[in-house]
Design a protein around this ligand. Structure first.
Ligand SMILES: [Zn+2]
Length: 270
């Protein structure tokens, strides 16, 4: 498939990821000839193999923040992408802490592996980068001091990833014109934790953001107990004009089916 969103994992807390109840390899976006690997957590290269993703074909690796569930597979993925530097290539785009560390934390990328990519860049919310024919904007995420989400503009559609975040008005503003939004919904209705979304937040968010498709992922153990499919259905009942689904490991979605922006843009041109 030329365009695909592939879930190499849907696990979202240390219990789920630690036992690999759900995998944690990240999300791969294939847009034409580009392959973007978002948040390569523990087992990223293992899950890539399992779900027929060739890490050598990675165009860019994107990391939303410097937490283990999102970045533990980063160095192994860079190694696989570059044959450990024999073929220096690819882009690493991530938040500040993943690249440079902070007062309290080491960066997830090692100095050695940082040297193996063709280009690395630390992104802040609002910053834009162009990679081949895809434009990427870093979005706001209230989770760590430097964490971000990503929004991908292709010629035909817009796909967004909110990452771990609190619900906030910036979230709506940043993701409003996306056709497909991938949402880290760690908790079911009634359970909250600072820096994370639950099903209730997702309803509030979708009422305003109005994508064609919302895909829930990054499930904590309480969410799995509640059943993400049930939660997605309950969210769906409250939201019209957006299809709401719960991802499972290995899920492949073709974003072209949800492309409204192409038609819109073409209409605008006339
Ligand atoms: Zn996190």
């Amino acid at each position: 498939m030329k365009n695909a969103i592939i879930f190499l994992g849907t696990g979202g807390d240390s219990i789920v990821v630690g036992k690999q109840v759900r995998a944690s390899g990240g999300i791969v976006l294939r847009f034409g000839d580009n392959q973007f690997h978002i948040d390569p957590g523990p087992g990223a290269v293992v899950r890539a193999k399992q779900y027929d993703v060739n890490p050598r074909e990675t165009t860019a690796i994107l990391v939303s923040h410097n937490h283990l569930n999102h970045a533990a597979g980063l160095n192994s993925l860079i190694s696989a992408m570059t044959y450990s530097g024999i073929d220096k290539r690819g882009v690493l785009a991530c938040d500040e802490e993943t690249l440079h560390g902070s007062v309290n934390e080491n960066p997830s990328v090692s100095k050695y592996h940082k040297g193996l990519v063709e280009r690395f860049i630390a992104l802040k919310p609002g910053m834009k980068i162009g990679i081949n024919d895809v434009n990427i904007i870093a979005t706001n995420a209230k989770h760590t001091d430097t964490s971000i989400g990503f929004k991908f503009y292709t010629e035909n559609f817009v796909v967004s990833y909110v990452s771990d975040t609190d619900y906030c008005k910036e979230l709506v503003e940043d993701h409003q014109d996306a056709d497909v939004i991938i949402i880290n919904c760690k908790y079911p209705l009634g359970l909250t934790q600072k820096g994370h979304l639950n099903s209730e937040d997702v309803v509030k968010f979708l009422e305003k953001a109005k994508p064609k498709l919302a895909i829930l992922t990054h499930f904590g153990i309480k969410m799995l107990d509640a059943d993400p499919i049930y939660e997605a259905r309950e969210i769906q009942k409250k939201i019209s004009n957006t299809q709401v689904i719960a991802a499972k490991d290995g899920l492949v979605v073709n974003p072209v089916s949800y492309a409204s922006s192409l038609k819109q843009r073409k209409l605008d041109a006339f």
